[in-house]
Design a protein around this ligand. Structure first.
Ligand SMILES: NC(=O)c1ccc[n+]([C@@H]2O[C@H](COP(=O)([O-])OP(=O)(O)OC[C@H]3O[C@@H](n4cnc5c(N)ncnc54)[C@H](OP(=O)(O)O)[C@@H]3O)[C@@H](O)[C@H]2O)c1
Length: 267
């Protein structure tokens, strides 16, 4: 596995997303056993970063992750979870973290993110609680997700922002205009979500051409392009162990500079 660092945070290039595990907007525990097995097997295959959120399946995703990680060495895992936008008051953040830690069966997360901004709650109040969680040892690093540049700059005034999780993929390159260069300058890690556009970008002919050239899959080209960018890591979701292994391998793939640029330019 390859890693990137931002400040004191070291994070694997390729992790595993969990949106849809344990349900999406609603809880669905009907596949619990298969989903625990999937994550256990993904860890054995070499996944070292799991991205989840209290919102996913209304806590069920965290519960499944918690059950799966009991079988692995906590120190080797980078665990990210997120506080939902309804819980961004000071007390709301502190108690949301308590519930998340309980479901995850761990004493700390490596990265705690504000999932979405909430203009109705002062960001300063939210960030004070996030800082408190670091002081309590419950979060190693703090970050945000889906913030505008202005919101990100405001958050930075209150505490060190280690990461910004945003949608970024070969068909959604808008963040390269302002957000990613800003994060690179500020040493904030960009965590690219929907790196495969939920699977919809995989038939992009630009990927097929490069996949043929390198003898890899379209998904591997799409992921490799992402992590070839400075300060960018990603968290593809897959329910297939074959795909999970394939995605992990994309971190080792070194695309030539002109091929990276061809995907960047022709978006
Ligand atoms: N912060 C936020 O607001 C936010 C928003 C969205 C997502 N996220 C996070 O980002 C993670 C990733 O995003 P996402 O789940 O929305 O979408 P995604 O990772 O872009 O796409 C997932 C889809 O890609 C397919 N796939 C994965 N690897 C593949 C491969 N090697 N070959 C072919 N198909 C492959 C999967 O199907 P198979 O299961 O068949 O492999 C699945 O249908 C989420 O799970 C979540 O943790 C965060």
């Amino acid at each position: 596995m390859k890693y990137k660092t931002a400040g004191s945070m070291r994070i694997p290039d390729i992790g595993l997303g969990t949106w849809g595990i344990g349900g999406d907007h609603e809880l669905d525990d009907s596949h619990e056993k298969e989903e625990i097995d999937l994550i256990k097997n993904a860890l054995v295959a070499g996944v070292e970063h799991i991205d989840t959120a209290e919102y996913y399946g209304q806590g069920q995703a965290e519960k499944i992750v918690g059950k799966a990680i009991q079988y692995s060495e906590r120190g080797k895992l980078f665990l990210t979870t997120k506080v939902w936008k309804d819980n961004l008051s000071y007390e709301g953040v502190i108690s949301a973290m308590e519930r998340s830690l309980q479901r995850l069966g761990t004493e700390y997360v490596d990265l705690y993110l504000v999932h979405w901004p909430n203009p109705d709650i002062p960001l300063k109040e939210t960030m004070n609680a996030m800082k408190q969680l670091v002081d309590m040892g419950k979060a190693k690093h703090i970050g945000v997700s889906n913030f505008s540049l202005q919101q990100l700059k405001e958050a930075q005034q209150y505490y060190t922002i280690a990461a910004h999780q945003i949608e970024f993929n070969i068909q959604h390159q808008e963040p390269l205009r302002e957000m990613i260069p800003f994060c690179q300058k500020q040493d904030i890690m960009t965590i690219a979500y929907k790196p495969l556009g939920r699977g919809r970008l995989l038939d992009d002919p630009r990927l097929s051409a490069l996949a043929q050239k390198y003898g890899v899959t379209n998904a591997q080209i799409a992921l490799s392009w992402l992590v070839s960018q400075e300060n960018v890591v990603t968290i593809p979701l897959s329910r297939s162990l074959v795909h999970v292994k394939e995605n992990l391998k994309s971190a080792e793939l070194e695309l030539h500079k002109e091929d990276i640029l061809s995907l960047t330019k022709s978006s």
